[in-house]
Design a protein around this ligand. Structure first.
Ligand SMILES: [Zn+2]
Ligand SMILES: [Zn+2]
Length: 132
C-alpha cells in the first residue's frame, strides 16, 4: 500500500479523484461519495461558493419586473393591480405592492372622475328640465 502524499510513512486509504495524490484517513475528504485530498476539497469548496455568488448576482437583473406590468393597474384598476401583484410579488415584492396600491388608488380616481361626469350630466339634465 502506498504512503499518504502529505504524511510519509502513513498508509494511504485512497487517491484523490481530482489530483490523484494518495491520502490517509486524516487527509481524506469525501465530497458526494468521492475521495478528495484537503487542498482539492478546499479549492472545490471555494469555487462552489464563488460560483454560487456569481449565480446569485447574475440572476437578479434577469428577474426584474417589466414596466409593462404598470399597464394593468392603469387600465384595469384594482383588478389589474391585483393581477400584477400576484404575478410579480415573488420577483419584486416592493414593486408588486406599489402596483397593487396604484390599482386601488386609480379605482378611486376613476370612480371620482366617473361620478363627476355623471354629476355634470345630471345637472345638465336638471337644467334642461327646468328650461322646459
Ligand atoms: Zn487532490
Ligand atoms: Zn495524510
Amino acid at each position: 500500500m502506498a504512503d499518504c502524499f502529505y504524511h510519509p510513512g502513513r498508509d494511504a486509504v485512497g487517491a484523490c479523484v481530482s489530483c490523484g495524490k494518495m491520502v490517509c484517513l486524516e487527509c481524506r475528504t469525501i465530497l458526494s461519495s468521492k475521495i478528495y485530498c484537503q487542498p482539492c476539497a478546499d479549492e472545490i469548496f471555494s469555487k462552489g461558493i464563488a460560483s454560487a455568488k456569481e449565480a446569485a448576482s447574475t440572476v437578479k437583473p434577469a428577474v426584474g419586473v417589466s414596466g409593462v406590468w404598470w399597464l394593468l393597474p392603469i387600465f384595469l384598476t384594482w383588478l389589474g393591480g391585483l393581477i400584477a401583484w400576484l404575478a410579480n410579488k415573488d420577483k419584486d415584492p416592493r414593486k408588486a405592492k406599489s402596483m397593487l396600491w396604484w390599482g386601488i388608488g386609480l379605482t378611486f380616481i376613476y370612480g371620482a372622475i366617473y361620478a363627476l361626469i355623471l354629476g355634470v350630466f345630471m345637472l345638465l339634465g336638471y337644467g334642461l328640465e327646468l328650461g322646459l
